[in-house]
Write a protein that binds this ligand. Structure first.
Ligand SMILES: Nc1nc2c(ncn2[C@@H]2O[C@H](COP(=O)(O)OP(=O)(O)OP(=O)(O)O)[C@@H](O)[C@H]2O)c(=O)[nH]1
Ligand SMILES: [Zn+2]
Length: 348
C-alpha cells in the first residue's frame, strides 16, 4: 500500500522514477522549516536543500502540507533533504496575514475543500464569498459546512442567505456536539482523496474531525490536546483516516486575503459577471456609468447592494496585490522578501 494510501498517483511515481536517487514522499506537517514527510515505507523529518532555497522565486514554491516531494533520505533519525516539490493539482493560497506582500499556501493537493462557518455569531455571508473565491481558484471543489447547528435558532433565514451566494455548492448543516449532519460529510472521505477543513478559529473544525476520526474507529487519536482536554490547532496537519482518505486540519484564520484569485472571484460572482457583459462600456466599474446593466439589476432588486460591494472590494483587493507583487518583482524587492522569509524560517 505505502504512499498510495496517502494519495500518491501513478503520475507522481512516474515523475519520481526519473530521479531514482530520491524518494517520493508527501508532506504531512510543518513546523518552521522542518517538514514531516511520509514515504512508501518510512516517515522522516526533512528540510529543503540549500539549492532549493536559493532558486526559489516565490514563497508559494516552498513545500506545504499536502505537497508531494522528492527527498534524499538515508538513515532513520537523520533529517532528510527535500529537493523538489512536484506539480500541484490544487493549491489553496491566501495573502499572508499582516501588511506584507507575501502569499501563504494553506494546503496543497486537496480534492475537496470544506469551508466551515458556524451558525452563530461567526456567520458572515460576505466572508463566505471571500472563502468561495479563493476555493474556486484553488482547483479543489468547495463544499460549505455550516457548524454548530445546535446553536442556531433562525436556520431558515440563514439558509436563504446562503442560497443566494453559493449557487452550485453543496451546503451541509452539522453539529460536532450532537453529531448531526456528519453523514453528509462521509461520501467525500474516500480512499486516496484529500479533504481540508478551512475556516475561522473556533468554528468547530477540529471537533468535526475528531468525530470523524472517532467514527472511523481510529484507535489512537493523533490530535494533540491541551491540558484542558481542548484541542487548538496550531499548525496544519494531514491525517490518514483508515481506508477512508485523508484530512487536513488547518488553524483558524482571522484574515483571508486575496492572492491572484481573479478567476475564483469571477466564478463566485458569475451572476454579476454575466450582467456586466451587458454594460454599455466594457470597462464599466458599475458605479455611475450610463447603460450599466449591473446597477440596473441592483435597482430592480435582482442583485443585493451588499453583494455588489463585496464583489468590487474583492476585485480591488486582488488587483492591488497583483500590482504590488509585480512592482516588487520589477524592483527585485520580492527576492529580498524571500530572503527575509528564509531567514525568519530558519530562526528557531
Ligand atoms: N455548541 C456547539 N459547540 C461546538 C460545536 N463544535 C465545536 N464546538 C465548541 O466550539 C469550540 C471550538 O471548537 P474547535 O473544534 O476547537 O474549533 P476549531 O475550528 O478547530 O478552532 P481552531 O483550532 O482554533 O481553528 C470548542 O469549545 C467546542 O467544544 C458544535 O457543533 N456545537
Ligand atoms: Zn456596469
Amino acid at each position: 500500500m505505502g504512499l498510495e494510501q496517502w494519495g500518491a498517483s501513478e503520475q507522481y511515481y512516474e515523475i519520481a522514477s526519473v530521479h531514482p536517487e530520491y524518494e517520493l514522499g508527501r508532506v504531512i506537517s510543518q513546523e518552521k522549516d522542518l517538514f514531516r514527510v511520509v514515504m512508501d515505507k518510512e516517515e522522516c523529518l526533512a528540510r529543503v536543500s540549500g539549492k532549493f532555497r536559493y532558486n526559489v522565486s516565490a514563497i508559494s514554491e516552498f513545500p506545504s502540507v499536502g505537497d508531494f516531494v522528492l527527498v534524499e533520505y538515508s538513515f532513520k533519525g537523520d533529517v532528510a533533504v527535500i529537493h523538489k516539490v512536484l506539480p500541484r493539482k490544487s493549491v489553496f493560497i491566501r495573502k499572508a496575514a499582516g501588511k506584507n506582500c507575501m502569499e501563504q499556501v494553506v494546503a496543497a493537493n486537496i480534492d475537496t475543500v470544506f469551508l466551515c462557518m458556524a451558525l452563530n455569531r461567526d456567520f458572515n455571508i460576505r466572508r463566505l464569498e471571500r472563502y468561495l473565491s479563493i476555493a474556486w481558484d484553488s482547483g479543489a471543489v468547495p463544499v460549505i459546512i455550516l457548524t454548530k447547528v445546535d446553536l442556531c435558532d433562525d436556520l431558515e433565514a440563514k439558509r436563504f442567505e446562503i442560497e443566494k451566494v453559493a449557487v452550485g455548492v453543496p451546503v451541509m448543516e452539522t453539529s460536532g456536539l450532537t453529531g448531526d449532519g456528519l453523514q453528509q460529510i462521509k461520501p467525500y472521505l474516500q480512499e486516496t482523496k484529500t479533504v481540508a477543513f478551512i475556516g475561522s478559529s473556533g468554528v468547530g473544525k477540529s471537533t468535526l474531525i475528531n468525530r470523524l476520526l472517532g467514527e472511523e474507529c481510529l484507535k489512537t487519536n493523533t490530535l494533540r490536546k491541551d491540558d484542558k482536554g481542548r484541542h487548538t490547532t496550531t499548525h496544519r496537519e494531514l491525517f490518514l483516516l483508515p481506508n477512508k482518505g485523508m484530512v487536513i486540519d488547518t488553524p483558524g484564520m482571522r484574515e483571508l486575503g486575496m492572492w491572484n484569485a481573479g478567476e475564483g472571484i469571477e466564478h463566485t460572482f458569475s451572476d454579476i459577471e454575466k450582467l456586466a457583459e451587458k454594460c454599455r462600456f466594457h470597462n464599466c466599474t458599475h458605479t455611475s456609468e450610463p447603460g450599466c446593466a449591473v446597477r440596473a439589476a441592483m435597482e430592480e432588486g435582482i442583485i443585493d447592494e451588499e453583494r455588489l460591494k463585496s464583489y468590487k472590494k474583492l476585485k480591488a483587493e486582488n488587483l492591488y496585490m497583483e500590482e504590488a507583487e509585480s512592482y516588487m518583482l520589477a524592483k527585485k524587492k520580492k527576492f529580498k522578501e524571500i530572503a527575509k522569509y528564509n531567514k525568519n524560517n530558519l530562526k528557531r
